[in-house]
Design a protein around this ligand. Structure first.
Ligand code: NAD
Ligand code: USQ
Length: 382
């Protein structure tokens, strides 16, 4: 299949591009390298040293003989996007290319506006490009479990049957996102659903939980292929942050009580979920939603797990409860359905002590790159 991976220089996109290339797909990466620029803006970095994109794909070709084409450009520039569609004629378009940090979107007005412009307009351009140039192309869009928030009822996969005043309908599941970033994903979902209805586009919205881990089989092949891993208070995510904090002797930064429960998955499952979606495309006009996660945990549970494994490795990993910089429920019900990807063949990598130890060992090798001042959260929601 001819597959575009937009955002293919990022944490999820890079291992996905390699994995799909290994499976024999013709992979093309689009990326404007903005993630690297945001690191510069924040004076931060990936714990692992990441090579320039060109060197990464050249190394992949040298090792495997497989070519990954790259286009450096912005989804917000429609002429650029149209040209890529003309040249590549994608059969599937995997869309990771957004500003994905909730704290970044909450820094100030400019960052909120930027996030929504970058994400919503980029995605809208992709929808128009599919309509105009590749109407059969299957859009595989990365959404987020955070679109749903933490309702006091079970979270279904995209839709819920509602009975109201004696009448029934199946409606989009209510959305209660927790940041301007998460809201951008909700706006994307609505735009995609509408485009499917009016133009007959085929789309799968992958409502992904928080991704943890670093390596996949492919990224382990050579140091030049290593994935990025974030730890700072803006782009670092819960479990990866705790592991890196443990590796550097920092307290584990649980916000508030730590009762916040979120859905999680290993990066090795992210790449497989995208493959499953690509191999089983949505029908023309269908807007399909899969909840893409394998397990859920409270933040406190995760900190306890990391602390236990770190101590066995001879590391000090105290847990600190920081004043929560976000506005979010800390004590809430959480139960979400995730059967659709399992039914299509996903075999989850679960979070065992061995898995935690492997990630910890991998980040320990680069711990000197961590800039300690970047660890504490610097953005508040208020
Ligand atoms: P990332 O920031 O590491 O990668 C995103 C990539 O997209 C970057 O390389 C960036 O340069 C590129 N990009 C951003 N805006 C672009 C634009 N306008 N044009 C072209 N390229 C652009 O993020 P990630 O962690 O790999 O996340 C990928 C996607 O998955 C995001 O859409 C995110 O919302 C979603 N997601 C991520 C997680 C997670 O835990 N990392 C969880 C759920 C959903
Ligand atoms: N948290 C802590 N301590 C930390 C970091 C986070 O307690 O040091 C808490 C947060 O308050 C929150 C939870 O952990 O309750 C998750 O925070 P996070 O930063 O790991 O994840 P989030 O901001 O939700 O965003 C990440 C990705 C985003 C993706 C989302 C999936 O950055 O792109 O959409 O996970 S989900 O959480 O399902 O919405």
């Amino acid at each position: 299949m001819r597959i575009v991976v937009a955002g293919g220089d990022g944490f999820c996109g890079w291992p996905t591009a390699l994995y799909l290339s290994k499976q024999g797909h013709e992979v093309t990466i689009i990326d404007n390298l903005s993630r690297r620029k945001w690191d510069n803006e924040l004076h931060s970095n990936s714990v692992t040293p990441i090579a320039p994109l060109e060197d990464r794909v050249n190394k992949w070709k040298e090792i495997t003989g497989k070519e990954i084409k790259t286009y450096i450009g912005d989804l917000n520039h429609y002429d650029f996007l149209r040209e890529v569609f003309r040249q590549v004629k994608p059969e599937a378009f995997v869309h990771f290319a957004e500003q994905r940090s909730a704290p970044y979107s909450m820094i100030d007005r400019e960052h909120a506006v930027f996030t929504q412009q970058n994400n919503v307009i980029g995605n809208l351009n992709v929808l128009y490009a599919i309509k105009e140039l590749a109407p059969e192309c299957h859009l595989i869009k990365l959404g987020t479990m955070g679109e749903y928030g933490t309702p006091n009822i079970d979270i279904e996969e995209g839709y819920i049957e509602i009975e109201h005043k004696g009448r029934k309908d199946v409606l989009p599941y209510p959305k209660q996102p927790g940041s301007f970033y998460h809201l951008s994903k909700v706006h994307d979902s609505h735009n995609i659903m509408f485009a499917c209805k009016i133009w007959g586009i085929r789309a799968t919205d992958l409502n992904q939980g928080v991704v943890y881990g670093l390596h996949t089989e492919e990224t382990k092949l050579d140091p030049m292929l290593v994935n990025r891993i974030d730890y700072d208070g803006v782009f670092g995510t819960a479990l990866n942050r705790f592991l890196i904090q443990a590796a550097t002797g920092h307290e584990l930064t649980v916000y508030g009580t730590g009762g916040q429960t979120r859905a999680f998955l290993n990066i090795e499952d992210t790449v497989r979920c995208v493959e499953i979606a690509a191999e089983n495309p949505a029908d023309r006009g269908e807007f399909r939603v899969f909840n893409q996660f394998t397990e859920y945990f409270s933040v406190q549970d995760l900190a306890d797990k990391v602390s236990k494994v770190a101590e066995k490795e001879g590391l000090q990993a105290e847990i600190a409860h920081l004043e929560n910089p976000r506005v979010e429920a800390e004590d809430h019900y959480y139960h979400a359905v995730n059967t659709k990807l399992r039914d299509l063949g996903l075999e989850p990598h679960l979070l065992t002590d061995d898995v935690l130890r492997d990630i910890l060992q991998a980040v320990l090798a680069h711990k000197d790159r961590v800039i300690q001042e970047n660890i504490l959260p610097s953005t508040t929601w208020k």
